[in-house]
Design a protein around this ligand. Structure first.
Ligand code: UT7
Length: 373
């Protein structure tokens, strides 16, 4: 990877920042002056978006033929009408590839222009190597670094923040950020799994990020959080590497290979954490909720989205929702919504976009973006 040569203006705050400044100098910083706060004069911005969902539509009635559930229950509790399932043999890498190709074309770039891949997924094709490496091979990228992010529903915002920092610090110019999931091969299509199975769908979204020298556009701020004490409130226990063998008939019989969720616990944490993260990023960037033009929340449950929007003071017309058509596509949800909001004209150049997520881990995150496309 070639290091970008850029000029940052830095103001020295105190001697303890000298270590940071030294490391910044090795990453392309060429200029600093004065006293005060450290300022990096290069933001990252999204210059291309793409999404892909597999063609197979699975309705609530289809699921009701396989387990004790109903269209009414699913719609009422979650807002979901249908979701997409990938055909056999199509994993999250393939789904992600379809979205990535669109995002790169949308950015007006070729694969050779990409300096790094950050791939967020909870459903990688393999335990190892990561999806980023497999995608790198499938799309014939140069030997660029490939990072996998495993932060579930917050995966896309975590990945975006990594790309943002690599661009800000001058290590990369063009970063491909992907969120892709194949949930359908890992769900239990029986009464025991119904509480989780009905919620999830397959899909992928991708963005290409690049530098901008305008301080007031692109990614204005990101906040990330995790609280691992709740790891088993939404998780998949097996296969696990601390047991030998990693997967056994007993684990399969007990259903340990399927995701489990304490739905009420997740629900009750989701709303305050969403709001906290959104308020934190607004405060960090000196913006108010009234400045926000569009809000894209992670799509976990329509009821959560509505409650968060109401609590934080956002009217319905500023809130993007597509959970009715795709269910919860986890790391893919936010970039899919970005493309759809661009297509329907709600996400416009100059608009202030707030994104936020909460999910397994627990992890939660938010970012504020001045849209530049
Ligand atoms: O993206 C990651 C983050 N995930 C979330 O944020 C999800 C958060 N949780 C939720 O969205 C909701 O808790 C659910 C949609 C998962 C469930 O809604 P709920 O209103 O919390 O329902 P519940 O879990 O309290 O279940 C109510 C009843 C139970 O029956 P009993 O005990 O009242 O007899 C469940 O067994 O509904 C039953 N049930 C179902 N019935 C029909 C659970 N799943 C189903 C189902 N179909 N699929």
């Amino acid at each position: 990877m070639e290091m970008a040569v850029i000029i940052f203006k830095i103001k020295l705050q105190a001697c303890h920042n000298l270590g940071l400044i030294r490391s910044l100098l090795t990453t392309g910083v060429r200029e600093f002056s004065g006293k005060g706060k450290i300022l990096l004069m290069r933001n990252s911005t999204i210059i291309g978006t793409g999404f892909y969902v597999p063609p197979r539509v699975v309705t609530n009635d289809d699921l009701a033929k396989l387990m004790d559930t109903s269209d009414e229950w699913i719609r009422e509790r979650s807002g979901i009408r249908e979701r997409r399932y990938a055909e056999d043999g199509v994993g999250s890498v393939e789904l992600g590839k379809n979205a990535a190709e669109k995002a790169i074309a949308d950015a007006g770039l070729t694969n050779d222009d990409i300096d790094m891949i950050v791939f967020a997924t909870l459903s990688p094709d393999y335990f190892f190597p990561g999806n980023g490496c497999i995608l790198q091979s499938k799309m014939k990228f140069r030997t660029i670094p490939a990072i996998d992010v495993r932060e579930q529903c917050s995966g896309f915002i975590y990945a975006l923040s990594i790309a943002d920092l690599y661009i800000k610090t001058g290590f990369c110019d063009h970063v491909l950020v992907i969120g892709a999931e194949n949930h359908s091969t890992g769900l239990e299509f029986a009464d025991r799994g119904r509480a989780v199975t009905v919620l999830f769908g397959d899909g992928a979204g991708a963005v290409v990020m690049a530098p901008t020298d305008k301080e007031d556009e692109g990614v204005l701020g990101c906040v990330l959080h995790a609280q691992g004490e709740h790891y088993d409130k939404l998780w998949c226990q097996a296969p696990m590497s601390y047991r030998s063998p990693r997967v056994s008939h007993e684990m399969i019989d007990k259903g340990e290979i399927y995701p489990k969720m304490d739905g009420r616990a997740v629900f009750s944490h989701a709303i305050p954490r969403f709001c906290e993260a959104m308020n934190e990023v607004l405060e960090k960037t000196g913006c108010a909720i009234g400045d926000v033009d569009l809000f894209i929340p992670h799509q976990a449950n329509e009821r959560i989205t509505r409650m968060v929007a109401k609590k934080i003071g956002l009217p319905d017309e500023k809130v993007v929702s597509n959970i009715d058509r795709y269910g919860n596509t986890t790391a893919a949800t936010i970039p899919i919504c970005m493309v759809e909001a661009r297509e329907d004209g709600r996400l416009k150049k100059g608009g202030l976009l707030l994104i936020a997520s909460f999910g397994s881990g627990f992890t939660w995150a938010s970012a504020l973006i001045r849209w530049t496309m």
